[in-house]
Design a protein around this ligand. Structure first.
Ligand SMILES: C[S@@+](CC[C@H](N)C(=O)[O-])C[C@H]1O[C@@H](n2cnc3c(N)ncnc32)[C@H](O)[C@@H]1O
Length: 319
């Protein structure tokens, strides 16, 4: 394990600007990580603003606790998923919040901790377990998924989570390989990818996408984004803001569609004569197109290069 938590918050000023926070505001940070965004939020809402911060990863929470110690009881730390946002706020006696931030995916620190198994490049891949759980107490690792998933499930993950060219070929190869020997380490999976012969001649090693797809399956990341956004909509006061940072197209697509549905309200299929879903518009878009980092930020923090920020404001219910 790395001894220090290193993660530079992406699009920090843009996140703050779109949260449009006042002093004394109550804010949810659904993805505390090392607490970089949280620190800026707490400064902007001081001296009385409150922050409820979630993380699935107990090590990230420990790092955030240390980083945010100066803010004392203005911060509530929650070990759990932002999918639980509604229940947690209720248990804290908080009925409405002024802002919600989701900075999706994994932190640099998680990526750089080899024993977590999030990353395919690095020394001794034969010693790196296929784990990829954000919460180490979660029941299933990436190795478990690779052992148990059907070929169709594997194809679905590779396609829906990462738009991986050659998804079917790789799924077939994994199913063949595991008959002989289970895939347990990064090296095992990289060998299967090489044998499947996918991604030849592309700029990035296809393992980048394969690892991304598996990580998202292990942590049900797309399901969590949908649930989290729904919960955030319920929790926001009218004109309260939600800011979401996504890092690749599969994540961003889910955010975009969830915002679009909430702006439109009715989700009945086209040509349904009368609305049967009964849903009302509940968000207004603040960003029409996603905001991306300036060149300066990408130079000083290369991992921010793929960040895309979308923001929306809660509108009052019409019924
Ligand atoms: C990109 S990092 C956040 C970095 C943070 N904004 C900062 O400034 O340090 C994403 C964090 O969200 C956590 N995470 C991802 N999905 C989550 C979920 N569904 N619920 C709670 N935490 C989650 C990860 O464990 C990781 O620590």
């Amino acid at each position: 394990m790395l001894s220090t938590f290193a993660h530079r918050p992406a699009l920090l000023q843009e996140s703050l600007a779109h949260l449009a926070l006042q002093r004394g505001a109550t804010v949810v940070d659904g993805t505390l990580g090392g607490g970089g965004h949280a620190e800026a939020i707490l400064k902007a809402t001081g001296p009385t603003g409150r922050l409820v911060g979630f993380d699935l990863d107990p090590e990230a929470l420990d790092a955030a606790r240390k980083h945010l110690v100066e803010f004392g009881d203005r911060v509530v730390f929650v070990h759990g998923s932002f999918r639980e946002l509604g229940n947690v706020l209720e248990s804290q006696g908080i009925s409405r919040v002024d802002g919600v931030l989701f900075d999706l995916g994994v932190s640099s620190w998680q990526l750089d901790s080899p024993e977590r198994g999030f990353r395919f490049s690095g020394p001794a891949p034969e010693l790196v377990p296929l784990d990829m759980r954000m919460d180490p107490a979660a029941p299933r690792t990436a190795a478990d998924l690779l052992r148990d998933a059907s070929r169709d499930e594997l194809v679905g993950w590779f396609q829906n989570h990462a738009d991986l060219p050659g998804s079917k070929r790789l799924a077939r190869e994994i199913v063949e390989s595991r008959r002989a020997r289970p895939l347990r380490t990064s090296a095992d999976l990289i060998e299967a990818i090489d044998r499947a012969g996918i991604g030849r001649g592309r700029r990035h090693h296809p393992a980048t996408l394969v690892f991304q797809a598996l990580r998202m399956a292990v942590n049900d990341e797309l399901g969590a984004i949908r649930n989290g956004i729904e919960q955030a909509i319920q929790a926001l006061r009218p004109e309260g803001r939600m800011v979401v940072l996504a890092y690749h197209s599969a994540e961003d697509r889910v955010v975009k569609n969830a915002f679009r549905d909430a702006v439109r309200g009715c989700v009945c299929p086209p040509r349904t004569p009368v609305c049967i879903c009964g849903r009302q518009p509940c968000l207004r878009l603040v960003t029409r197109k996603p905001i991306t980092p300036h060149a300066d930020e990408v130079i000083s923090n290369p991992r921010a290069r793929s960040a895309r920020l979308r923001a929306a404001a809660r509108i009052p219910e019409t019924t």
